[in-house]
Design a protein around this ligand. Structure first.
Ligand code: ADP
Ligand code: MG
Length: 341
C-alpha cells in the first residue's frame, strides 16, 4: 500500500481490528460483528453497538423530516441488537449540530427518537452535544442484554445451512428510488416504500426468538443489501452461499421499481440497502420447526432463500444458471451510490 492509496471501509476497519484481540477480560466478542458482547458474569451478557448518520451521506435534510430522522437514527441501531438476538435496553445520543439549527428541528427530531424509544422500550442514558462546522452528524450507541452463549454472531454458519430472510426485501430501495424521483409508484405502494425507508422496523422480537428458541446459527441485519450482508456471514463463517432467485420474497414496490428502471427485480431488491430485515442461517433440520415457532409466537413468516455451501462468495441461481450477481451493496469510500453504513 502506498501512502496516497485510498482504503475502503472494510480495509479501514481491519486496520484497527488487527491491533486488538477478538476477546479480552470482560469482552466476549470484539470488532467484526453487529455488536460487541460484554460479559457481565452470572450467565448475562450485554450487546453494544454504535452507528452514525451523516448529513449528505446517509440522509439529505430535504428528503426527510426531523421526526423521521430521529426515529430512524435509533431504529437502525436497534436493528444491530436485533441481529444478535439481544433485548434492547439503553441508548446514548451524540449530536453534532450546525450553528443556527432551529429549535423546532431539534424538538421534532426528539419527538421521532422518543417515539422509537417508547416502541422498543429503550431508555436514553446519556450522550454528547456539540456544534458542527458543516452538516448534521448523529451518533447513537445502544446496549441490550442476552444470555451468555445464546447471542447469535455472523460466524456460526456452516455449509448446508439454509439461509432465511425475516420478510420481503427491496421496499427501502424502492423508497429511495421514489424519493430521488427515479420512479413513480401508486398510492399504497408509495406509502409502503416511503415508510420502509424512513421508519424502518428493526426485527427485535424475531431476533430474540431466533436466538433463544429458534436455533439460529448465524445472523446479521440487512443494512447494506442482502448480497453484501450475506457476504459478511460467508466471510465470518468460512463458507459461500447460493441464493435461489425464485425463492426471494420481493416487496411489491421493488417489482414496480425494477420494471420502470429496466433492471432485474431480484438484483434490485438484493443489492438495495436499508431494509433492516434479519438474514440468518438455520440447520436444514431446524427450518420447519422454526417456521412454525415464528408463526405461532409472532404471527409472521420467515423465508428460505438459499443455502450456505463450500463455493466462493455469494452466487445467484436464476433461470437454471448460477452466476455472480453484478450488483454489490453499499460501501463507504467507494464513490457512487449513497446509502448507509
Ligand atoms: P453494521 O453495518 O452492522 O453497523 P459495520 O459495517 O458498521 O456494521 O461495522 C462492522 C464491524 O466493524 C462492527 O463490529 C463495528 O463495531 C466495527 N467497526 C466499524 N468501524 C470501526 C472503527 N472505526 N473502529 C473499530 N471498530 C469498528
Ligand atoms: Mg448490522
Amino acid at each position: 500500500m502506498t501512502g496516497s492509496e485510498q482504503l475502503g471501509e472494510f480495509a479501514i476497519i481491519d486496520l484497527f481490528r488487527r491491533e486488538f484481540p477478538e476477546s479480552a477480560p470482560g469482552l466476549a466478542l470484539g470488532i467484526g460483528d453487529d455488536a460487541s458482547i460484554i460479559d457481565l458474569g452470572g450467565g448475562q451478557v450485554l450487546a453494544v453497538s454504535c452507528d452514525m448518520l451523516v448529513e449528505g451521506v446517509h440522509f439529505e435534510l430535504a428528503g426527510t423530516s426531523a421526526a423521521d430522522l430521529g426515529y430512524k437514527s435509533l431504529a437502525v441501531n436497534l436493528s444491530d441488537l436485533a441481529a444478535m438476538g439481544a433485548e434492547p435496553l439503553l441508548a446514548w445520543l451524540m449530536l453534532a449540530l450546525p450553528e443556527h439549527t432551529p429549535g423546532r428541528f431539534i424538538e421534532e427530531f426528539k419527538r421521532g427518537l422518543v417515539e422509537c424509544a417508547r416502541n422498543y422500550r429503550v431508555v436514553l442514558a446519556g450522550g454528547d452535544t456539540c456544534a458542527s462546522p458543516q452538516g448534521l452528524t448523529l451518533g447513537l450507541t445502544v446496549a441490550g442484554r442476552g444470555r451468555a452463549g445464546r447471542l447469535v454472531t455472523r460466524s456460526g454458519g456452516r455449509s448446508g445451512n439454509v439461509v432465511l430472510l425475516g420478510g420481503p426485501v427491496g421496499a427501502a430501495a424502492a423508497g429511495l428510488a421514489l424519493l430521488q424521483g427515479r420512479v413513480t409508484l401508486a398510492g399504497g405502494e408509495a406509502r409502503a416504500a416511503r415508510r420502509a425507508l424512513l421508519r424502518p422496523r428493526p426485527q427485535v422480537e424475531l431476533g430474540r426468538l431466533l436466538a433463544d428458541r429458534g436455533r439460529a446459527r448465524a445472523m446479521i441485519d440487512v443494512s447494506d443489501g442482502v448480497l453484501q450482508d450475506l457476504g459478511h456471514i460467508c466471510r465470518a463463517s468460512g463458507c459461500g452461499a447460493v441464493i435461489d432467485a425464485e425463492q426471494v420474497p420481493l416487496a411489491t414496490a421493488a417489482t414496480s421499481c425494477a420494471r420502470q428502471l429496466d433492471c432485474d427485480a431480484v438484483e434490485f431488491a438484493l443489492s438495495g440497502g436499508e431494509d433492516y430485515l434479519l438474514l440468518f442461517c438455520l440447520a436444514a433440520e431446524d427450518v420447519e420447526a422454526t417456521r412454525r415457532l415464528v408463526r405461532r409466537e409472532l404471527a409472521c413468516e420467515i423465508h428460505p432463500i438459499g443455502r450456505l455451501d463450500d463455493g466462493p462468495g455469494v452466487r445467484l441461481r436464476q433461470g437454471g444458471r448460477t452466476r455472480r450477481p453484478a450488483a454489490g451493496g453499499y460501501q463507504h469510500f467507494h464513490s457512487g451510490r449513497k446509502g448507509r453504513d
